[in-house]
Write a protein that binds this ligand. Structure first.
Ligand SMILES: Cc1cc2nc3c(=O)[nH]c(=O)nc-3n(C[C@H](O)[C@H](O)[C@H](O)COP(=O)(O)OP(=O)(O)OC[C@H]3O[C@@H](n4cnc5c(N)ncnc54)[C@H](O)[C@@H]3O)c2cc1C
Ligand code: FES
Length: 277
């Protein structure tokens, strides 16, 4: 029988980690060994996750594509589906469709160049797939810098990974918070403040950006001040989705569908979607 694109495959939550008051990381494996083995994704792609009896929503895959045993999602409790996922326990059965999206982070194009990663809030989650993949092939990339902005120190995601990157001399990490607490000794302010310090040559650098929509305008302004080019800046976009596979038209921007042509687009593509950022 032919596979129905709307039928999710059965999967299980194998581990849950509470990372902030509103975000949890979920390890997921397919129930069938064959489904797990055939699940190949690229950095930037997403899945549609079903909570049975509640509904379905898209989530970026946050784990390293080289991990074939399981994959990870980082989910913020925002509404009906995401709150229902937060209420699930380890071992719970869920449905997964995907991976979806043809627009991925430029993991191939960026080889042989500097990489600048700029993340705001939950935006670090989709970028984790790219960052962990890049670390597996670290010698293929030149200098790497990660700039991450969070609202407060308690909102910082992936603290262990950040601590580990800070111990390495082949990657530079700068974390800043809008509202520090008494213990915070790091940078204060929005992440755009740190961009003027980047000393990578624009013609030799790929920049990957993911964060709340309001952040993009200011990040792009700072990058363009430094003469970074439109076709080397990549942005992950979010739109309300239904089908995830290019059928319902819910996620269109101009003549493009975020679920099929994105969710990652170059700034050049975004500007040619005729939707101003
Ligand atoms: C490609 C992609 C990747 C994503 N990756 C992640 C991720 O990694 N982690 C993550 O936590 N989230 C991610 N999201 C967001 C996620 O898919 C959901 O939008 C989010 O979890 C809320 O869904 P929900 O069903 O829980 O909430 P909903 O019940 O849909 O409500 C969420 C909020 O949206 C509002 N809302 C509800 N319906 C509409 C509507 N029709 N139009 C406008 N607003 C509406 C509600 O009022 C509420 O404020 C991603 C989205 C996309 C498109
Ligand atoms: S979500 Fe249906 S076309 Fe993109």
């Amino acid at each position: 029988m032919e596979n129905n694109i709307y039928t999710p495959k059965l999967a299980r939550i194998t581990r849950i980690e509470t990372v902030t008051s509103i975000e949890k990381i979920f390890d997921i494996s397919f129930a069938e060994k064959e489904d797990q083995e055939n699940f190949n994704f690229l950095p930037g792609q997403f899945v549609e996750l079903t909570v049975f009896g509640v509904g379905e929503a898209p989530f970026s895959i946050t784990s390293n594509p080289n991990n074939k045993v399981k994959f990870q999602l980082c989910i913020r409790a925002a509404g009906s589906v995401s709150k229902a996922i937060h209420n699930l326990k380890e071992g719970a059965k869920i449905g997964i469709r995907g991976p979806f999206g043809k627009g991925t982070f430029p993991y191939e194009k960026a080889k042989g160049h500097n990489v600048l990663v700029i993340a705001g809030g939950l935006g670090l989650a989709p970028l984790m797939s790219f960052i962990t993949y890049m670390m597996d092939y670290r010698d293929k990339y030149k200098n790497v810098m990660i700039i991450y902005g969070a609202v407060t120190p308690t909102n910082i995601l992936y603290k262990n990974d950040i601590a580990y990157w800070s111990t390495r001399d082949d990657i530079s990490v700068c974390v800043t918070v809008d509202n520090p607490d008494d213990k915070w000794t790091g940078e204060i302010g929005v992440c755009t403040k740190l961009i003027p310090r980047v000393d990578f040559k624009p013609e030799d650098t790929y920049t990957l950006v993911c964060g709340p929509p309001v952040m993009y305008k200011y990040v792009i302004k700072e990058l363009e001040k430094k003469k970074f080019k439109e076709d080397t800046i990549f942005l992950s976009l979010e739109r309300r989705m239904e089908c995830g596979v290019g059928k319902c038209n819910h996620c269109h921007i101009g003549d493009k569908l975020v679920c099929v042509h994105g969710p990652v687009f170059s700034l050049w593509e975004v500007r040619n979607l005729k939707e101003a950022i």
